[in-house]
Write a protein that binds this ligand. Sequence first.
Ligand code: GLV
Ligand code: MG
Length: 326
Amino acid sequence: MSFHVIEQAPARLNRSELAVPGSAPQMFQKAAESEADVIFLDLEDAVAPDEKADARRNIIKALNEIDWGTKTMSVRINGLDTHYMYRDVVDVVEQAGERLDLIMIPKVGTAADVYAVDMMVTQIEDAKGLKKRIGFEHIIETALGMQNVSAIAGASKRNESLHFGVADYAASTRARTTIIGGVNPDYSVLTDADDQGGRERHWGDMWHYALARMVVAARANGLRPIDGPFGDFSDRDGYLAAARRAAVLGCEGKWAIHPSQIAMANEVMSPSEGEVTKAQRILSAMAEAEAAGKGAVSLDGRLIDYASIRQAEVLVEKARQIAAAA
Ligand code: GLV
Ligand code: MG
């Protein structure tokens, strides 16, 4: 291990993150009763410019009046390039800061963007005497944000998670895509011809580099990497495939832009019973070996190294969090 200790963000379940437009208060109660781990009430792209002020009022009222239970509550503010943003921060933190856990910062481009919001939030919290510090989630969804992702990840003690905003990322990088979070058959490999001249086309994951880069920056700074939206909510298989790819790369959660996606995210992002049992067996084998004064640990005829022990610990801890939340 490096001498540099990675401080971990507060442990929160973040398997599913439900997006709810601030301009649609009729959806709030259902969201509160859903199985989503995190809810973000949106002031940004799901809200039209002439509805911003109403949406802000709706969100403040809802944070104060609706029983959100133990859910982690977030508000997506507008981008730092708009004049809505300062009032989003001031009004929401001043008037509903007690129930707000996180602020989601869209289109973050540089570490200075994070610094600016941190400065504002700190002043408001101090002025209001708020005890709890509000955390930050950042959407990495521009070429600039991706270029500076490591600096952004390390820019504030409030940082908790990085989110891959595939829709805006595609717009910013001018990637060729039509469905949010979907794949493009042109991003494929054609095999060489076989004896009969036959060739196969293997589709690739055009988001692999971006997501993997974001996961590394998040983990190197103790943050949760979260995969963003999948637009076609009638395509359950497409959603599941995208969520599984993200989970394999190390993401802890995925957005749900429709309530029907929540259960799928929770399922994919939870360790299976088999995985948890195996992890528990690894930890017991380690404890037994330690008690017997043995250095090397083996299970089912295989040597267990310290990396597998650390993975087992992470899994068992995740299972404990899920059980506690149930
Ligand atoms: C999310 O905000 C996205 O642009 O994908
Ligand atoms: Mg976006």
